[in-house]
Design a protein around this ligand. Structure first.
Ligand code: SF4
Ligand code: SF4
Length: 347
């Protein structure tokens, strides 16, 4: 018999859900959802499970990840139970369930704690720079190695164990048998979803939003590659320099659109933003923006007298790499791609 957690609804509210208890189970939301199918029917079922506190059933479900948050269900709910926002908060909650450190949950639930983490990392950068006597070449050298170290550490220490936990909840615990061959043949699905998020094209509203996301993912991954592997800030190659400028412009231009949409709140999906949503788009914008100006100051021969711009960029980078990527909204990108993979191999 499925275990019931009577406090689950209260817990979910800390992740941004509200008013889902108003649901009277009419099924309108599922009927209008263009991504819901007979085999994978949502969001009504997830609303029901949440109301009943069926925590374990939600833990083993991929359905929260199959929703791409177009907001159609919320717009058509006769009880204003906000099913789209419930699906979003389930994704946040699942992120905290997969995370073995428990930090995702703490940061999602507490804005003061998030602010404290940002302040502490900024202080860390300032103290480190003071120890290095604000020697720009030394700080830039360590900054470059920090990026590589952070990527490797976050991947090995946080992401791999968390993905194993996700696998445990979705496949192993419910005793689903998946032949090894399927794990291999499904890998292509994982790669395709990771880079294209093609399922989002199935949302009625979504062609432009999909394109913006696609450009952002390409711009972000390209900028990461250019700064880490091609050492953009030290490169003398005209091609690498121009490529880095282009990618940083793409990142901050698309994030400006996202921030302005969240501020204007015209679309259903922009109406409700949790602090984690704001932090994600603002820090992504700041990353592209500050990287662009660091390289511009290098090319103008002005960086040595304006070390603050590099310190600002480094602070944003450290906060991004140590807080938002491992414990914030960035993880949705990873878990959603793996959810598509698990859905494929389970079928
Ligand atoms: S969330 Fe709204 S639309 Fe969906 S089943 Fe409940 S009342 Fe109906
Ligand atoms: S937000 Fe859109 S994709 Fe998600 S459940 Fe609602 S209608 Fe479906």
């Amino acid at each position: 018999m499925a275990a019931i957690n009577p406090r689950f609804g209260e817990e979910l509210k800390k992740y941004g859900a509200f008013d889902f208890n108003a649901c009277y189970n009419c099924g309108n939301c599922t009927a209008v959802c263009s991504l819901s199918t007979e085999e994978d029917s949502f969001p009504r079922e997830m609303v029901r499970f949440s109301v009943l506190g069926l925590e374990d059933d939600i833990k083993s479900s991929l359905k929260p990840w199959l929703c791409y948050y177009c907001g159609e269900c919320t717009a058509n709910c006769p009880r204003t139970a906000y099913p789209g926002e419930l699906m979003m908060s389930l994704r946040r909650w699942l992120t905290s369930v997969y995370d073995w450190t428990g930090l995702s949950g703490l940061l999602y639930k507490s804005l003061p704690l998030s602010i404290m983490a940002f302040v502490l990392t900024a202080l860390g950068v300032i103290i480190f720079s003071a120890v290095e006597k604000f020697d720009l070449p030394a700080i830039m050298h360590y900054g470059h190695y920090f990026e590589m170290f952070a990527i490797l550490t976050v991947f090995c220490v946080i992401f791999i164990p968390n993905l194993i936990r996700m696998w445990w909840f979705i496949i192993l615990k419910p005793k689903i048998k998946v032949p090894f061959k399927k794990y291999l043949s499904g890998l292509w699905e994982l790669i395709v979803h990771m880079f294209t998020q093609k399922r989002a094209l199935g949302c009625d509203d979504n062609q432009l939003r999909w394109f913006e996301h696609f450009i952002l993912v390409i711009g972000y991954l390209g900028l990461l590659f250019t700064t880490v592997a091609l050492d953009w800030f030290s490169s003398n190659s005209l091609f690498v320099i121009a490529f880095g400028y282009l990618l940083s412009i793409i990142v901050f231009a698309v994030t400006v659109i996202f921030v302005s949409e969240r501020m204007r709140k015209r679309k259903e999906l922009s109406k409700f933003s949790q602090p984690s949503d704001w932090l994600f788009v603002i820090w992504l914008f700041l990353m592209g923006f500050s990287a662009f100006f660091v390289r511009l100051f290098i090319d103008a021969g002005m960086l040595e007298n304006n070390i603050w711009i590099y310190l600002l960029h480094l602070t944003i980078l450290v906060q991004w790499a140590l807080i938002i990527v491992p414990f914030g909204k960035w993880t949705h990108f990873l878990y959603r791609s793996f959810a598509m993979y698990f859905a494929k191999i389970k079928a």
